[in-house]
Design a protein around this ligand. Structure first.
Ligand SMILES: Nc1nc2c(ncn2[C@@H]2O[C@H](COP(=O)(O)OP(=O)(O)OP(=O)(O)O)[C@@H](O)[C@H]2O)c(=O)[nH]1
Length: 333
């Protein structure tokens, strides 16, 4: 059953999941919910076999087994969010709505009872109904109180799910970033490239710090790291909202300029190159200035029939030429 894009179907399976879990007296926690939701939607044959075998052998289910199924069949944060948190959040939200409707209905009944009570108060003949009315009122009040308490608990769980989702998003975003510079890493680069239109023209700049080994050798690795950070910050300052920058590794960076040509990229690369030559970096320990820094840049263009792999290879050849041409320059291919 494909519940992915089918909201009514997903709600139905969510409700069946809650019933199923309560039948086996297993709490509807996000993990239990997710595993059984997938089991009932028959989205994974192996998962179904795994659970069916356990039930036929033990005649029951328990949270420890369900957690083992979770570890076996669900692992990445993406799966976790898609398969577990989102359906769980939807079910919680629809359950809360239903409860609220019941509380509202209860309020209406309570006000009707109050009206009946007022009428009876004026009549001495119907006095025997009064204790009955009182009993119904007390039962209703008790049930409403329970509903409200349950709703409060569900609202708290709902908040926890929301928090978990934003933590997952933060950790997913973090996994796409380079820890030293805050630019995208290779994985982030792959993800960002997927967002670009395959039919448009884009440009790529490959930027490499010149003679970086000398900086490390003369001032140490920590200063080398600070130079990398400074160059990354300079690149970042010049990006528009549609561009993105990547630390490809070591002292090499990629900038992708969305919907721009290699001519645009050349002028962007020149701006960056000049800005970097103007940096005046001081070593904190000695207060001495570091020698001027420069970068070489290779530019290549993505067109409709290109692959990004071929574009980066072209940019790499252009960068190689820029290094051979004496560095501190930009070559377009
Ligand atoms: N500080 C620091 N150094 C790094 C890092 N990653 C790589 N390196 C160093 O960067 C240096 C790169 O040196 P090379 O590839 O020879 O290039 P280069 O000295 O910049 O010379 P050209 O590119 O030819 O101008 C090596 O010494 C690496 O050890 C890093 O994360 N931090």
């Amino acid at each position: 059953m494909n519940t992915q894009d089918n909201y009514p179907c997903a709600v139905k399976v969510s409700e069946q999941t809650i019933k199923f879990l309560s039948q086996y007296e297993v709490a509807p926690t996000p993990i239990n919910f997710s595993v059984i939701y997938h089991y009932l939607s028959k989205s994974n044959e192996l998962l179904n076999q795994y659970i069916d075998e356990y039930i036929s052998w033990h005649g029951s289910l328990d949270a420890v087994f369900i957690e083992s199924a979770f570890l076996e069949f669900f692992s990445t944060t993406d799966q976790l969010e898609r398969s577990l948190l989102t359906p769980f959040e939807q079910t919680l939200s629809s359950t809360m709505e239903k409860l609220q409707t019941q509380v509202d209905n209860g309020n209406e009944i309570a006000s009707n009872l109050q009206r009946a009570d007022n009428v009876l108060a004026k009549s001495t003949r119907q006095a025997s109904f009064k204790p009955v009315l009182k009993f119904i009122n007390a039962t209703l009040a008790h049930s409403q109180h329970q509903h409200q308490e349950l709703n409060k608990e569900l609202a708290e769980t709902y908040q926890q799910v929301k928090q978990l989702k934003s933590q997952l998003k933060a950790s997913r975003d973090e996994a796409m970033l380079d820890a030293l510079t805050g630019l995208y890493n290779r994985r982030g680069c792959d993800e960002k490239l997927k967002e670009l239109s395959k039919e448009s023209t884009h440009a790529s700049c490959l930027i490499d710090i010149d003679h970086f080994k000398n900086i490390n050798d003369s001032f140490g690795h920590a200063v080398g790291d600070q130079v990398i950070q400074k160059v990354a910050a300079t690149i970042k300052e010049h990006l528009s909202s549609t561009d993105f920058a990547v630390r490809q590794g070591g002292e090499e960076f990629i900038v992708v300029l969305a919907n721009q040509t290699k001519k645009d990229a050349k002028s962007f690369a020149e701006t960056i190159r000049i800005a970097i030559t103007k940096l005046r970096l001081k070593q904190k320990k000695t207060n001495a200035y570091l020698p001027p820094i420069s970068v070489s840049v290779g530019v290549a263009e993505y067109q409709e029939s290109s692959t990004w792999k071929s574009v980066f290879e072209k940019a790499d050849s252009a960068l190689y030429q820029a290094k051979n041409a004496g560095r501190n320059c930009c070559i377009v291919m």
